[in-house]
Ligand binder design. Structure first.
Ligand code: BV8
Ligand code: ZN
Length: 255
């Protein structure tokens, strides 16, 4: 049982606009690896930060495309967990909730959240690195060897350029429209829930500071400390799949 203070419940009940920022920790209970988990299989000797860059794709397109396709298979085999479900229900319960994610999976959408603001793109919409034409991925889930495999990226049917993952790599700018929406919500929200992120990656990690400066109540939901502790109204220490359903349950009694 997470220790949810009444003062937090009162603040959330009184909030006109709640903002939620999620990271890979919200998909951990769906069986997806968090970002800073050591890689497995072919990619064991790489750090994700080293694979998630334009230069890595330039240097070894088959290694990087293979990694993303392997991750996409994992997502297609995964299901939303109680954390995703609770956030979808919260979005319907609250007068206004802006859901922003750093994740590149579609588990929030599959749990019924809508809209979902993706700051770092998505595994599901690759595009041509040369002409930006989008590329339709095969829907069937091939039998992927557990460790994944090298896979040459497909070629664009319009200009024959290399298709690349539809994610934002390190060193690449975030999609301007999504970033602007997130910044506007951070400045306007009454409460900010930071769920399942180590708050290391910028500029996404700066959103909570913007919300605190604008007077929002800031809450972290994470089994581990992240260094944000001194800046928070409170931390709900525990897995998102346990804490969020409980928070939803307690809030429902107030409505
Ligand atoms: C940019 C897509 C400039 C790819 C990702 C200051 C300002 C601006 C930039 C920088 C800066 N300082 C450094 C930078 C550069 C860089 C950066 O932040 N580097 C880091 C390593 C320091 N930032 C960038 O490059 C960004 N671009 O700034 O461009 C620019 C401007 C104009 C023009 C040109 C360029 C781009 C960053 C986006 C990178 N792409 N993802 C892919 O997925 O492959 S980031 C990647 O990290 C994922 O999106 C992931 O979501 C994100 C954050 O990681 P977390 O989600 O927090 O995951 P992590 O594993 O770290 O933590 C998991 C947490 O969950 C843990 O705390 C754990 O305790 C918790 N947890 C575990 N289980 C559970 C749980 N919580 C709850 N329940 C559980 N069950
Ligand atoms: Zn093209």
């Amino acid at each position: 049982m997470a220790d949810i203070p009444d003062t937090l419940l009162e603040s959330l009940r009184a909030a006109r606009h709640v903002m939620v920022l999620t990271g890979t920790g919200v998909s951990a209970e769906s069986g997806l690896a968090t970002f800073r988990t050591p890689q497995t299989g072919l990619w064991e000797r790489f750090r994700p930060e080293d694979l998630a860059t334009p230069s890595a794709f330039q240097r070894d397109p088959a290694l990087v495309w293979g990694w993303y396709e392997w991750r996409r298979m994992q997502v297609m085999r995964a299901a939303p967990n109680p954390a995703h479900e609770a956030l979808s229900a919260l979005q319907k319960l609250m007068p206004r909730m802006t859901l922003v994610t750093q994740n590149v999976d579609d588990l929030h959408e599959r749990a019924g959240s809508d809209p979902v603001i993706h700051l770092h793109g998505t595994l599901l919409q690759p595009y041509c690195g040369r002409c930006r034409e989008s590329y339709a991925l095969p829907r069937e889930i091939p039998e992927e060897p557990d460790g994944g495999r090298l896979l040459e990226p497909p070629s664009c049917h319009r200009c024959a350029g290399s298709i690349r993952p539809g994610v934002v790599w390190f060193g690449e700018a975030l999609p301007q429209r999504d970033w602007d929406l997130a910044v506007r919500a951070a400045a306007a929200c009454d409460a900010f829930l930071c769920v399942g992120t180590s708050s290391v990656v910028q500029p996404a990690a700066s959103l909570i500071e913007m919300a605190i400066k604008a007077g929002a109540v800031a809450v972290q939901i994470n089994p581990n400390p992240t260094g944000l502790e001194g800046r928070l109204f409170c931390e709900l220490q525990g897995p998102a799949g346990v804490v969020l359903p409980e928070l939803l349950e307690r809030l429902r009694r107030l409505y």
